[in-house]
Write a protein that binds this ligand. Sequence first.
Ligand SMILES: [Zn+2]
Ligand SMILES: [Zn+2]
Length: 286
Amino acid sequence: MEKAKTKQPILTDVHNHSNFSPDGVSTLTEMAAEAFARGVAYYGISEHINYDVCFFVPEKDKANETTNEQAYNLAARKLQREYAGKMEMLVGAEFGYLKDSETLKAYCEYAEKYRPDFIVNSIHLDGKTDYYLRHAFYEKDGSLREKKTVYAEYLSLVKESLSAPYPYDIVGHIGYSARYAPYPDKGMRYEDFKEEFDSILTEIISREKILEVNGSAQGLAGCTVTDESVVRRYFALGGREVSYASDAHQTISLMRGREEVIAFLKEIGFTYITVPCRGKKIKIEI
Ligand SMILES: [Zn+2]
Ligand SMILES: [Zn+2]
């Protein structure tokens, strides 16, 4: 008797970094080779374009804080051509949103100049420093700030970033600040910030952007950075466009948490993953 054929899933991992990014480890060649070896059909690289961080550092230090744009785009487009027909490699960028007109203008110029295949729009800064540095969680005298206050501030930044003037596709890792929070319960759940999340999620839907489901949960409860309750609420509000990202900075982290994330999405009712590609949205059945 013939065995029932199980359909092979089409693998996607859109939003990754190589050592072109200041915090990347593996080379771009290694990252792409690993993705290809693991059968990834749509592999999206998105180096950090940190104009947000650069705003706060002296001119002489700026080069250490962001990606060498020209070198990155040249190398990535070359690799993209080499993988053509074998793996769809997408050359993207991750923009760190900052409410500053010159910074926003610089991102628009980047988008115009390099025409990324996709753009991830992310909040990394508490307004001035990256959440991973943990300054946001403490008062000047060293005492811990209230979780409710810090998270509400973070969510207001996410909300603000949705009206960025550049053509972004994906709203990156909502809940990023929770990863680094010093609280015993780091959770940034829908129930505790209903108004904020409803406002963000409905705007993502009305702007036809993609909500990223980022598998780099790093110590958070559940399999994704964005709390599972928030992904459920997005679906309940009618949101259907989700992307999967490992947000890997080295080969070993590619596709991290993917199976768990996909099982979770299917359980909610999602039937496809969306891959943004040069202004189009490709729907991949899950
Ligand atoms: Zn990020
Ligand atoms: Zn990233």
